[in-house]
Design a protein around this ligand. Structure first.
Ligand code: URA
Length: 423
């Protein structure tokens, strides 16, 4: 087979066969198809799209490029959640122990943040001593003992995706729903979960800015999961405004701990409970305890403490605090009608909570406290935001970004927290 024939077939709008897809992905991963040929094929896919059969075959080829973890044989069913990423999205932190406390095993492979969205591993790494790297045997042991594990994906999982994503990133070919869906699902299927709930975010702070494209992505991923024998559902959820009241690594861990203590902001609690219920249903545990009860009665907190300690973390250690704090005051009295997720994410990133390049470090203590959410009353001269940073030179830029991030007494057109369910 020749790469040029596969490229021309897709350029001309043809449907690629399973053999063509399996061959081209494998040959590219081995270095037998050149970067420029894969770039041309990716661009042809951006323009021409892929059918459900092609997208499933593409996912399988990426999955087959590496190892697949196997958690069969545990005494409880496995289930996981994947979020397409947002601002203040710390839901994995209370959700994993809550679902574990309700009887499922949650093997969650997570990533680090890039750009304006945070990464779950960066958040957990703000806990002194906590380690992200576990072997598959270590994951299995922790799933058996504690029921939940959040750790880094090893380099052996879907290596084709790692290579292809780096190429797509520099060739303007990320924006293809079949390629995005196959990329995400190849990594999720490789982690060996029997069921999966996707949290597909919609809004300014999300990858998908409008409901129609988020729905298309969700439907494509649910179809891929189903084609690969994994019970998959998706929720479309709001990311027009940040989740919760804190954005930044240690700040978000502290908010997650509030939720695990039975308190915390209502949107974080509601989404944790909704996703937890979906995960338990997808795992076939319809009669399990309700995750809301696990948050209230302390059992989710107990699982959290054991999960953190099992990976070397000290759940009682005081969280790192940034060297500098500055309040930004509300300029007027009225109702906060808009708080833009993307702008808040960019401001937190500028303060040091996120990274611009994969190899950059992040600050554990940097971020933003939000003193009001849309719909709430604010008063002139009272703090609207508190900025946290280790580098005072960053405060000005973050403050400028936030100056355009909100509106008082403007038109209200917020998205509902849970917009739709698919699958
Ligand atoms: N996230 C991924 O993992 N892959 C993509 O292609 C886009 C976002």
């Amino acid at each position: 087979m020749e790469a040029i024939d596969v490229i021309i077939a897709k350029r001309d709008g043809g449907e690629l066969t399973d053999e063509q897809i399996g061959w081209v992905v494998d040959a590219y991963t081995r270095g037998a198809v050149a970067e420029e040929q894969m770039a041309a094929l990716s661009m042809a896919i951006v323009w021409r799209g892929m059918t459900r059969a092609e997208t499933s075959a593409w996912t399988r080829a990426m999955l087959d490029s590496g190892e697949r973890l196997d958690f069969t044989g545990l005494d409880r069913p496995t289930t996981d959640k994947h979020s397409t990423g947002g601002v203040g999205d710390k839901i994995t932190l209370p959700l994993t122990p809550a679902v574990a406390a309700c009887g499922a095993a949650v093997p969650q492979l997570s990533g680090r943040g890039l750009g304006h969205t945070g990464g779950t591993l960066d958040k957990l790494e703000s806990i002194p001593g906590w380690r992200a790297d576990l072997t598959p045997e270590g994951m299995r042991r922790q799933l058996g003992d504690v029921g939940g594990v959040v750790c880094a994906a090893g380099s052996g999982l879907a290596p084709a995706d790692r290579k292809l994503y780096a190429l797509r990133d520099v060739t303007g070919t990320v924006e293809s729903i079949p390629l995005i869906a196959a990329s995400i699902m190849s990594k999720k299927l490789a982690e060996g979960t029997a069921s999966l709930v996707l949290d597909v975010k919609v809004g300014s702070g999300a990858f998908m800015k409008d409901i129609a494209s988020a729905r298309e992505l969700a439907e494509t991923m649910v179809a891929i999961g189903t084609d690969h024998g994994v019970r998959t559902r998706a929720l479309l959820t709001a990311m027009d405004t940040p989740l919760g009241r804190r954005v930044g690594n240690a700040l978000e861990v502290a908010e997650a701990v509030e939720v695990l203590s039975g308190g915390g902001p209502s949107d974080v609690v509601e989404l944790t409970v909704e996703l937890g219920r979906e995960m338990l249903r997808a795992a076939g545990l319809q009669d399990a305890r309700d995750p809301a009860e696990a948050l209230r009665d302390g059992s989710a907190m107990d699982s959290w403490r054991r999960m953190i300690a099992a990976q070397g973390g000290d759940p009682d250690a005081p969280p790192p605090v940034a060297a500098e704090q500055r309040d930004i005051l509300a300029p007027a009295t009225g109702t906060l009608t808009r708080l833009d997720a993307y702008a808040v994410g960019v401001a937190a990133w500028r303060l040091g909570a996120g990274r611009a390049r994969k190899e950059d470090p992040v600050s554990a203590g940097a971020g933003i406290e939000l003193h009001a959410a849309p719909g709430e009353e604010i008063r002139a001269g009272r703090p609207l935001f508190t900025l946290h940073t280790d580098d005072p030179a960053r405060l000005e830029h973050a403050a400028e970004v936030l100056a355009h991030a909100f509106a008082i007494d403007g038109p209200e057109d917020r998205l509902p927290l849970v917009i739709d369910r698919i699958g």
